[in-house]
Ligand binder design. Structure first.
Ligand code: NAD
Length: 382
């Protein structure tokens, strides 16, 4: 018998921004999705950071942003810079003729978001945006159960995003979390809003109240270069919102960074059952942070088995999905249009708060296609 080896060229990826989150992306791009992705270069404003990550993950080139964009072999650029830099880098990447996948938030203004999408469309390029946690085992299983009718008609949801505000033991650049983009709605909201759109569809209108308790916060993480400093709070850190979905479902959201700890919660209420959704900041259920359970009419609550793979930290699955999409000519799931709708929700909440009104959203998006069942290990297409 003759053995056939089918060689599929990998999609070459360049990474801009080699800070904290780059580590898990590099790990997954080089060790989980290496059948479709090849990391060809990394760059950072701080050359030492790019060199360090390149060495750690055997990436052949550490270079400047301009050198990376001039590399004709790179097809996708992964933008892992800080929120304020996202839109400008995304535009540059597209103008260099490459597909772009960016960390959230997609942009800080609607104009930046729509400009990036227009440039992409004009050049026939794809835009992708985190979060990609909705492609994980937890949220894919929830989607399957909801679509199969396990909770009947979903009519309401409840999301709580409560985080600490001192940064002790957390991110070294925690001072950035009190500017727009690092605040609870723009930084953590995308996980919840994306999960809700994935499960319930697009949002029609929003309203909200945005407040804050503090005007400055003391940074208490000894690893931080700003340890002991008091930093100004420049974005709302205590927000309550209501989202009306096009389906008629209504969700309430509480997002704050005013006290201590980490308290995530997401529940979907249906006519035939109530679903506890695993923390949408993770790919699968994490004990203590919400398991996947359904409570039925008789009051009985049951933990349900996962129907899909990717329950471990699979950041980068959205980039791999984009590479498959480039190969086959289909759209990518963690898309720029989805991220634009998420941004519209976030900014709409702030605008509703200052105008004392509901805000009707101008954007909409189809629910991204679920991942198929029965995929081979670490693969995204059958
Ligand atoms: N840290 C996390 O746990 C986490 C989790 C999920 C998503 N994110 C998102 O990932 C992004 C990056 O977060 P992080 O925690 O890695 O931040 P970070 O501050 O650790 O790293 C950002 C890196 O980008 C570089 N950079 C900034 N502007 C640049 C530019 N114009 N050109 C080239 N490099 C530039 C910085 O030098 C820095 O090394 C953010 O949007 C954040 O919301 C972070």
């Amino acid at each position: 018998m003759i053995g056939w080896v089918i060689r599929v060229d990998k999609v070459k990826v360049g990474i801009i921004g080699c800070g904290m989150i780059s580590s898990i992306y590099l790990k997954n791009c080089t060790q989980v999705f290496q059948h479709i992705l090849e990391v060809a270069a990394c760059a950072d404003l701080v050359p030492e950071l790019a060199r360090k990550r390149a060495e750690e993950f055997n990436v052949p080139v550490a270079c400047t942003v301009d050198e990376l964009l001039a590399n004709a072999e790179i097809q996708i650029v992964l933008n892992l810079t800080a929120p304020a830099a996202h839109a400008e880098i995304n535009r540059k990447v597209l103008l260099a003729g490459k597909h772009v996948y960016t960390e959230k938030p997609f942009a800080l203004t609607r104009q930046d978001a729509s400009e990036v999408l227009s440039v992409a469309e004009a050049h026939g390029l794809l835009v992708g945006c985190a979060p990609d946690t909705f492609l994980g085992a937890g949220l894919q299983t929830c989607r399957k159960l909801i679509d199969e009718g396990w909770i009947g008609v979903p009519y309401a949801a409840n999301a709580t995003i409560i985080m600490g505000n001192s940064g002790d033991g957390m991110h070294p650049n925690f001072h950035n979390f009190f500017k727009l983009g690092g605040d609870p709605i723009m930084d953590m909201g995308p996980y919840y809003f994306t999960a809700l759109i994935h499960l319930l569809g697009p949002v029609r209108r929003v309203t909200g109240s945005a407040q804050q308790l503090h005007n400055e916060i003391k940074i208490q993480n000894p690893q931080s270069p700003r340890f002991g400093d008091k930093v100004p709070v420049e974005a709302p850190t205590n927000v309550a919102a209501v989202l009306d979905f096009q389906s008629g479902a209504v969700a309430s959201v509480q997002a704050a960074k005013e006290s201590f700890g980490y308290k995530p919660r997401l529940e979907i209420f249906g006519t035939e059952g109530n679903m506890t959704v695993p923390d949408p900041n993770f790919f699968g259920p994490v004990p203590g942070l919400g398991l996947l359970t359904i409570q039925k009419r008789n009051g009985e609550s049951k933990e349900l088995p996962l129907s899909h793979g990717f329950s471990e930290d699979s950041r980068g699955i959205g980039v791999a999905d984009m590479a498959y999409a480039i190969r086959s000519g289909r759209g990518n799931r963690a898309s720029g249009r989805l991220a634009e709708h998420v941004l519209d929700i976030s900014l709409g909440i702030f605008e509703a708060s200052t105008s004392d009104k509901h805000v009707i959203l101008q954007t909409s998006v189809e629910r991204p296609d679920p991942l198929p069942l029965g995929l081979k290990y670490n693969r995204l297409e059958v």
